[in-house]
Design a protein around this ligand. Structure first.
Ligand SMILES: *[C@@H]1O[C@H](CO)[C@@H](O)[C@H](O)[C@H]1NC(C)=O
Ligand SMILES: *[C@@H]1O[C@H](CO)[C@@H](O)[C@H](O)[C@H]1NC(C)=O
Ligand SMILES: *[C@@H]1O[C@H](CO)[C@@H](O)[C@H](O)[C@H]1NC(C)=O
Ligand SMILES: *[C@@H]1O[C@H](CO)[C@@H](O)[C@H](O)[C@H]1NC(C)=O
Ligand SMILES: *[C@@H]1O[C@H](CO)[C@@H](O)[C@H](O)[C@H]1NC(C)=O
Length: 249
């Protein structure tokens, strides 16, 4: 009876630790839950260093069979590296030495997973930092590994983040600029095609080639009238424009 009680308690503690260990809540109050990203493939996820050709195998909140089968010292590992130069596999992280935090640098959409190990490397222990970025895809996509510090590697990967609304990157031009560009393009087209029609079809010459040239030559004074009219309304002194008088409505 006592044994069963202890067993249940131990299992409960393990469950709490596991479910807590594989998620965190970001400052936007989204739960970044990595539980479903655990791979059950023998090799889990892998990424090859472009410089050293070392191959790193890692899992997210789980162990890697390949690591258990091939590491120099027997154990359960969440990350290990095949070192091409020495032709050996070293442990780079164990499942229960895990720490999950935000990406930092203000990026809320992803997670940093740190695995430590007791695998000795110089005076240090080998460790792995996973930088996981939420993206629109549906599978984990390994991007790169930095193994320039050969005791601690940094692996970057894209991960699906169901339930997390990743903000869409803003387009380079705002609505206002697009409006202004369309306005100017339309005006340029109007001026060019209008001039061609006036020149070729209507056989105009000189300044009257410009479409509606008499309207545009008065445009400046129309604007001036408008401005003074509004100014007159605001200041209470009625403005009498060039020729026309605006009657009260
Ligand atoms: C994360 O997701 C897993 C699988 O869906 C679930 O069992 C677990 O409770 C979730 N963790 C949290 C903290 O909600
Ligand atoms: C994990 O997968 C299960 C089954 O597909 C799903 O019901 C659950 O919502 C998923 N959890 C997360 C956190 O994506
Ligand atoms: C490494 O991962 C890729 C997918 O990202 C997979 O196609 C390949 O077989 C894996 N290599 C090993 C040695 O597991
Ligand atoms: C990993 O190791 C570092 C440096 O020794 C230590 O500060 C950190 O607390 C360790 N984290 C875990 C989860 O073991
Ligand atoms: C996890 O990482 C955070 C941030 O680096 C640190 O403050 C915390 O002490 C770490 N926890 C463990 C158990 O290593």
């Amino acid at each position: 009876m006592k044994f069963i009680a202890i067993l249940i308690t131990v299992l409960a503690v393990i469950t709490i630790v596991n479910s807590q260990a594989c998620s965190y809540t970001n400052t936007k109050n989204d739960l970044i839950n990595l539980s479903n990203l655990t791979s059950y493939d023998t090799n889990a996820y892998n990424v090859t260093s472009t410089k050293t050709k070392n191959i790193f195998y890692y899992n997210i909140c789980g162990a890697v069979r390949y690591c258990a089968d091939n590491a120099q010292s027997k154990g359960t590992y969440s990350a290990c590296g095949y070192m091409s130069k020495v032709d050996k596999v070293y442990a780079f992280g164990v499942p229960n030495m895990i720490n999950i935090t935000s990406l930092g640098d203000g990026n809320e959409y992803g997670a940093t997973v740190v695995y430590n190990s007791s695998s000795a490397c110089a005076n240090l222990k080998r460790s792995t930092v996973l930088k996981l970025y939420c993206y629109e895809g549906t599978t984990v996509e390994s991007l790169s590994v930095d193994d320039s510090n050969n005791c601690g590697v940094v692996i970057e990967a894209n991960i699906p983040c169901p339930g997390v609304k990743i903000p869409v990157k803003k387009s380079g031009l705002s609505g206002g600029w697009i409006f202004i560009i369309i306005l100017f393009s339309s005006f340029a087209a109007y001026a060019i095609f209008g001039s061609i029609i006036n020149w070729k079809v209507r056989h105009q010459s000189g300044s009257s080639i410009f479409p509606n040239s008499s309207f545009w030559s008065n445009f400046g004074s129309l604007i001036k009238d408008g401005v003074f009219f509004i100014k007159g309304k605001v200041s209470g002194t009625p403005y009498v424009g060039g020729g026309a008088t605006y009657t009260e409505i």
